[in-house]
Ligand binder design. Structure first.
Ligand code: NDP
Length: 249
């Protein structure tokens, strides 16, 4: 089921740390060549690339802000310049700027929409042409359980993440006849730097609401990505996989 992944190429946005790093490494384990995108933390990106190489695959680090259409386009172009094709796009880059509605600044709303929602559109749009030409592509968008159930203090984030689910369905319908599948993963609360900012109290509150009674690991999400990129998921498109310990069911 996974052997066809060997020699394929992938762009993982926000692949330098957290869930994105885990996705990049999991794909590399199956022989995928991985471009690791990051926005500022070059050292983390280079470390991820070094680990990809240790796993016996090829990797490159690509700096670029996914919210900027020109920079997003350059990411896809770099992958094609390096390896001649792009088979897999994982739209993972994301940020939070949490606050209650009354205190949420316009720029906090705009920044989250620009990175988390427009960033997905920018990369998806840039990857569409080469994928259509080769009549093959796997696009996997990382949403969130918060885009499905909402959360106080995360209006901007939940709007972006819900938007990704809608975008996934429209893109899936538009691109299916060209051999391109578009799916989405909605992680629950995953143990990364993003959630390590939470206080112990908030983390234990979260855990109480998780039927499997623990935070998720980045690897839990990475394995779902490998599945959606594999031959085994050839008959799935427009779907959202909920990898959240049962938070949403
Ligand atoms: P981290 O904060 O640990 O990592 C974020 C990654 O995104 C980094 O690689 C960062 O690069 C990159 N990034 C940030 N902004 C941009 C940008 N404008 N352009 C390109 N890259 C950018 O996040 P997580 O690993 O926790 O989250 C990954 C994804 O999963 C996000 O979309 C998040 O919303 C989603 N998610 C996370 C959950 C969680 O509990 N952690 C739950 C549900 C969904 P750099 O290092 O250079 O800053």
């Amino acid at each position: 089921m996974f052997s066809a992944l060997k020699g394929q190429t992938a762009l993982v946005t926000g692949g330098s740390r957290g869930i994105g790093r885990s996705i990049a490494l999991a794909l590399a384990e199956y022989g995928v060549k991985v471009a690791v995108n990051y926005s500022g933390n070059e050292a983390a990106a280079q470390e991820t690339v070094a680990r990809i190489v240790e796993l016996g695959s090829e990797g490159i680090a690509l700096k670029g802000d996914v919210g900027n259409s020109q920079q997003a386009d350059n990411l896809v172009k770099e992958v094609i310049n390096t390896w001649g094709k792009i088979d897999i796009l994982v739209n993972n880059a994301g940020i939070t700027r949490d606050n209650l509605i009354m205190r949420m600044k316009e720029e906090d709303f705009d920044q989250v929409i620009e990175t988390n929602l427009k960033g997905v559109f920018n990369c998806l749009k840039s990857a569409t042409r080469p994928m259509m030409k080769q009549r093959y592509g796997r696009i996997i968008n990382i949403s969130s359980v918060i885009g499905v159930i909402g959360n106080a203090g995360q209006l901007n984030y939940s709007a972006a993440k819900a938007g990704i689910i809608g975008m996934t369905k429209s893109a899936a319908r538009e691109l299916s006849s060209r051999g391109i599948t578009v799916n989405c993963i909605a992680p629950g609360c995953i143990d990364t730097e993003m959630t390590q900012q939470l206080s112990d109290e908030v983390r234990s509150e979260y855990e109480k609401g998780i039927p499997l009674a623990r935070l998720g690991r980045p690897e839990d999400i990475a394995m779902a990505v490998v599945f959606l990129a594999s031959e085994g998921a050839a008959y799935m498109t427009g779907q959202t996989l909920h990898v959240d310990g049962g938070m949403y069911m």
